[in-house]
Design a protein around this ligand. Structure first.
Ligand SMILES: [Zn+2]
Length: 553
């Protein structure tokens, strides 16, 4: 796969291979090392289809904005690309999937990022929204820049809605949704898309599962018929279900089992959530994943895939008035599923009582890293103003070379090679505020933790300087505005927010709410939420002990 980030001038090309990424990361040089988080690139490299990442980028100060790149991006490469949009660069992209020769060439992705709210921009035209009698909510986002349309259906079901013991089912079903229906055999939908020059993908999160296609606008009617058909018409056979389960197990091996960073994340999330199902990995626990079958998949499908549990987003060169009859025509006759409750209730977290630590050692670790996750409110669970204050706090602490963590740990104290912070705002239930730092050789984790503790204590006691506050607000809002460039991302932002309990108005007013955040609110957020009792600290270290296999004769 190749990614092109074409800047205005001086475009440079970097090739990052999974096996060599750590070395290449260093080789890119100091101008880029703090700006190109290894974790981000490594996540892109976790895609099986991804043999190489060719990154074309513009050298210069603008690249500092890359430090705000999310380290756990949404699964599809396109989306990952869009999240990487640096504010000062025009970004063009082209993604090529290298197909393998198996019967299931497409490995779909599990997105782990739920911070899409942080990227939301106000579209120039207000989206039109209506609901069919069967409960299907429809949002039409006009975008007339190119004669292209993106159709995205969002089901309000994710891994956190799975029955205990059936982890991984939401994501497994996402794979199975490409197995065809009585009306359209397996592959017909994808072949149609290929013929018309469209593209497609799907992704699963803790709170939602989404499928999208992007096509020339005159093809919308055709792809809407396909999407409506598979809302209830899916046909599964043991044969193709079991072979797809092997694909998912392979995905598990590649993305989690063979990836120490991902394994640490899995362990930290399990330690952070004592009671809430967010502690369960989206891809599932292996021993449960191995047992999922056709009956499980069909039961889950019938339970959750229905018009009253879905949001259809149409973004593109369309007129909302012509969309309504088209949607009525395709989806209007599908009956609602009365057993789906409007409110999704999951077990909630108890009051935090003790800080936790997790240490993951693995011989494949190239670079030790310290991570800290705090349990914090999401945009949906926070009271007014609290979530934007966390957005601003994360940007102040971890957004680039001027951020407080970077200035303290990397520049002043010379303890860290890289640092960062991120707030996951888009989430139905309590979410995470994350901090990470990579130590310089010879620096102990305890030294990093002391320094991080001082940055937090300072933020909790003293209001941020006015110019810093202005700078990070501008960065957040600018990023949101520039990110409108990508039609798929535009649809993702609305879908991600709407399926996690927010409204179109919440999405559109986000920049205003960021502007309104005060220094005192940021101080309060640091004091209240960055309390170590609410946290898990994760240490990723290199295991230097010889492997037990080596003892065998
Ligand atoms: Zn997948």
């Amino acid at each position: 796969m190749r990614l092109w980030l074409s800047g205005r001038k001086n475009a440079r090309r970097f090739v990052l291979h999974p096996a060599a990424r750590a070395r290449k990361h260093q080789a890119i040089g100091p101008a880029f090392a703090p700006c190109l988080p290894t974790a981000c690139v490594s996540l892109l490299c976790q895609n099986r289809a991804l043999q190489n990442v060719d990154l074309y980028a513009t050298k210069g100060d603008a690249m500092k904005n890359w430090s705000s790149v999310t380290t756990r991006v949404l699964g599809t490469a396109t989306i990952a690309m869009a999240l990487m949009t640096p504010t000062a660069l025009a970004v063009e992209h082209k993604v090529e999937y290298k197909k393998d020769n198996s019967s299931n060439p497409r490995l779909r992705d599990v997105p782990e990022n739920r911070s899409v709210l942080a990227q939301i921009a106000v579209a120039s035209e207000r989206p039109a929204s209506f609901t069919l009698a069967n409960g299907l909510q429809v949002v039409v986002i006009p975008d007339h820049r190119t004669p292209v349309v993106t159709q995205m259906i969002w089901y309000k079901v994710g891994s956190a809605d799975e029955t205990p013991g059936k982890s991984g089912l939401a994501h497994f079903l996402e794979h199975l949704m490409f197995k065809g229906t009585a009306n359209h055999p397996a592959g017909a939908f994808s072949q149609t898309l290929l013929r018309v020059g469209g593209d497609e993908n799907a992704f699963t999160s803790t709170d939602y599962t989404s499928y999208y296609q992007r096509v020339p606008r005159e093809q919308l009617t055709k792809i809407m018929e396909f999407e409506a058909d598979r809302m209830t018409g899916l046909v599964l056979q043991d044969e193709n279900v079991l072979s797809e389960r092997d694909v998912v197990l392979e995905e598990f091996n590649m993305r989690v089992a063979n990836n120490p960073d991902a394994r640490l994340t899995e362990q930290m999330m399990a330690a952070l959530y004592l009671n809430h199902p967010y502690g369960r990995p989206i891809i599932g626990w292996r021993q449960e994943l191995e047992k999922l079958d056709r009956v499980d998949a069909l039961a889950f499908y019938k339970r959750f895939y229905a018009p009253n549990n879905a949001i259809l987003i149409i973004a593109g060169d369309v007129n909302p008035n012509e969309i309504r009859p088209m949607v009525e025509n395709n989806f209007g006759d599908i009956p609602a599923q009365p057993s789906i409750s409007a409110k999704r209730l999951r077990p909630q977290e108890p009051t935090a009582a003790a800080p936790r630590t997790v240490t993951l050692s693995d011989p494949r670790v190239e670079q030790p890293t310290l991570h800290r996750y705090y349990l914090v409110p999401s945009a949906s669970t926070a009271t007014a103003g609290k979530s934007p204050a966390l957005d601003v706090l994360a940007q102040l602490m971890g957004g680039g070379a001027n951020s407080y963590l970077y200035r303290s740990l990397a520049i002043d104290k010379q303890l860290a090679i890289s640092t960062g912070a991120r707030y996951e705002g888009t989430s139905l239930d309590s979410s995470q505020f994350m901090i990470w730092a990579t130590p310089k050789p010879g620096v102990e984790f305890s030294q990093l933790e002391d320094a991080i503790g001082k940055v937090i204590a300072d933020l909790a006691q003293n209001p941020a300087r006015a110019e810093d506050l202005e700078r990070v607000k501008t960065q957040l809002i600018a990023r949101a505005i520039y990110s409108q460039d990508n039609q798929v991302m535009l649809a993702v932002r609305y879908g991600g927010a709407l399926t996690t309990g927010l409204s179109v108005d919440d999405i559109r007013s986000w920049p205003d709410r960021i502007r309104a955040v005060t220094a005192e609110q940021v101080r309060e957020a640091a004091q209240k939420w960055l309390d170590k009792k609410r946290s898990v600290t994760g240490y990723l270290i290199k295991d230097v002990a010889p492997k037990s296999e080596e003892k065998r004769s």
